[in-house]
Design a protein around this ligand. Structure first.
Ligand code: NAD
Ligand code: ATP
Length: 548
């Protein structure tokens, strides 16, 4: 039977079988016009809908073009910033060397000849390394002294010398062995030419930002293509020099954490003679307990927080997963190795003792680097500061009750339009958190990849994806979106995304090395068993029907 809509007092009401507005209009036309006239209108409608389809196609192509241009601009900006930071570092190093040489010259006298020669040789080593880093000029070594002698000299003085960050890969092999990394490598900057790249090439085959860096060449010998090493090996960390400073971060408002913290600080000071740094709030709490804690250091402002990685050798967290996320969020670049302690840590002394001795089994956890790109920005370079997440970035509908509509691109190819409550882009470490609750898979943190998990998609066929770690993802709020979307980072720091705004997300160059209790696999399995009660089921009873 045909369905007609009725028009009462100028308002159109849908009959019992609800019809879409377009269908309602069509029915109305049918009722009002003769068959002949209607057929004409139908032709026009077909033509119109074809035209609309062509326009939609063109719009999508334009959006793809724009996505590609913006992603490329963001990559170039990042590259430019890394280059600038590197140049600045080199300039500072150069200035230091000049100052040392000047000092050397000023103090020259027959009485301190040996001291001066020693200082001069040290300067030459620095100079040599600096030159190599700043452009690979051929080596200038004083005659009769081999390169090895210089490094030996450096090693002899290692206790009172700062770590030379540009130690070569071969040297690291010597000091750390096959599957180890040195503590200084964890703390390196993400400069593509710096040591982190060495770590990543060796352990993760992490391919960084530019398209060029996204490609790896593998050899095909005897029918085998060798796989990336990183995911197949347990990584150990060795201390290059004994750790001297420990940062302790604690979950707030917890009396048991407060007691544990005070006890640990005392033990680390009395038995290990370490410098202790805590948050300003914690220092106040410790001093309220006793003036004994006066030696504990803290910081005054955010600028000092930004430089913490240069000062701290080890981070200890007292709390749960949220405290680990908090700790990671304090480091916008390199992160010192992190030791998470839960509140029931009775054996913290033994654990810390063994960690301070090293080597430490670690899980190298990737972070995602997220850029918000505003439609209203005057140019592509006007992006906001990147945000690093250890678990995930979520783009959802916030307080809006409308369906979110998010256009997703992967390396500039259109992936899909997410229509639902939102989307989670998660690291593998975060796979056991929000992404899991939204139906994503649980992934071992050492498996490289980015999880693409929808939240309540309004579709019968949307399944979560896991994408390779080298991809750049872009989530755009379409211009015709009915509402804003909201991005949140590890469950915090909500940012509104207006129509036209986008979030670009790729793997960050600075992972978080967390100390394992056993190794990364046994730790992962323990956490899903104990933390999530994974696959816990009453054991099947012995009696009952059997196969005959
Ligand atoms: N529906 C959900 O499951 C849901 C909703 C919002 C946020 N979250 C998660 O909460 C995280 C923030 O944690 P928080 O402690 O600051 O907030 P919170 O205090 O709200 O705790 C959230 C819970 O998630 C757990 N958790 C966090 N990271 C985890 C991980 N990697 N693996 C297993 N469990 C994990 C925490 O232990 C805690 O029980 C977000 O990154 C997000 O993953 C989950
Ligand atoms: N040092 C800190 N400063 C401010 N907030 C913090 C700090 N450490 C943890 N938090 C916040 O406190 C909350 C709870 O922390 P955490 O997850 O470590 O505790 P928890 O006992 O494991 O919690 P839950 O019972 O939810 O599992 C988190 O939201 C976290 O971001």
């Amino acid at each position: 039977m045909e369905n007609y809509i009725c028009c009462i007092h100028g308002r159109i009401k849908a009959p019992r079988n609800s019809l879409a507005p377009e269908a309602c209009q069509l029915m109305l036309c049918k009722k009002l016009f003769s068959n002949h006239l209607f057929l004409g209108i139908e032709d026009n409608l077909i033509e119109f809908s074809e035209a609309m389809r062509t326009v939609a196609k063109a719009l999508r192509r334009a959006a793809e073009g724009k996505a590609s241009a913006q992603a490329e601009a963001a990559e170039w900006k990042r590259k430019f910033e890394l280059e600038r930071a590197r140049n600045l570092q080199l300039e500072q190093k150069g200035n230091k060397i000049c100052a040392k040489l000047q000092n050397c010259w000023a103090r020259a006298s027959p009485d301190n000849a040996m001291g001066i020669i020693r200082l001069f040789l040290q300067c030459l080593v620095c100079w040599d390394i600096w030159k190599e880093q700043s452009g690979g000029v051929s080596e200038v070594l004083p005659s009769g002294v081999s390169n090895g002698d210089f490094y030996n000299e450096r090693a002899d003085n290692s206790a009172d010398q700062p770590v030379l960050l540009n130690q070569t890969c071969e040297q690291s092999e010597v000091c750390c062995g096959e599957n180890g990394i040195c503590s200084h490598e964890v703390l390196r900057d993400g400069d593509p030419d710096s040591g982190l790249d060495v770590v990543q090439n060796r352990f993760m085959r992490k391919v960084i930002t530019t398209d060029q860096r996204k490609h790896d060449i593998v050899s095909f010998e005897k029918g085998n293509i060798t796989a990336a090493e990183r995911s197949s090996k347990q990584i150990s960390l060795k201390w290059e020099s004994q750790p001297q400073t420990v940062l302790i971060l604690t979950k707030p408002n917890s009396p048991s954490v407060r007691i544990l913290c005070a006890e640990m600080v005392r033990w680390l000071k009395d038995h290990k003679e370490l410098n202790i740094v805590v948050e300003p709030r914690v220092r106040v709490e410790l001093l309220t307990d006793s003036m004994y804690y006066n030696f504990v250091q803290t910081w005054k402002d955010d600028k000092e927080v930004l430089l913490l990685h240069e000062k701290v050798d080890l981070v200890v967290t007292l709390g749960g997963d949220g405290t680990v996320l908090w700790a990671a969020s304090m480091f916008k670049g390199p992160v010192p190795p992190l030791v998470p302690f839960s509140l029931d840590s009775e054996h913290y002394k033994e654990t810390l003792d063994s960690i301070l001795r090293g080597p430490v089994s670690i899980t190298l956890r990737h972070r995602l680097q997220c850029h918000v790109i505003r439609e209203a920005a005057k140019n592509e370079y006007e992006t906001e500061e990147p945000i690093l997440v250890l678990n995930e970035v979520t783009i959802d509908r916030g307080i809006s009750s409308f369906l979110t509509n998010l256009e997703c691109y992967c390396d500039n190819s259109f992936v899909t339009c997410v229509q639902g409550d939102g989307l989670i882009l998660s690291t593998t470490s975060g796979s056991t958190a929000y992404s899991l609750a939204a139906g994503g898979s649980m992934v071992h943190p050492q498996v490289p990849g980015i999880l693409f998990t929808p939240i309540c998609p309004h579709s019968l066929s949307f399944r979560p994806l896991i994408l390779p770690e080298h991809t750049t993802l872009r989530v755009q709020v379409p211009f015709n979106s009915r509402s804003h979307a909201w991005a949140s980072f590890d469950g915090k720091d909500r940012k509104m995304l207006a129509p036209g705004d986008a979030l670009v997300c790729s793997m960050a160059p600075w992972p978080v090395a967390t100390a394992c209790q056993g190794d990364s696999t046994s730790d992962f399995l323990r956490s899903i068993h104990e933390g999530l009660h994974w696959n816990l089921r009453k054991t099947q009873s012995f009696d009952g029907p059997r196969d005959t």
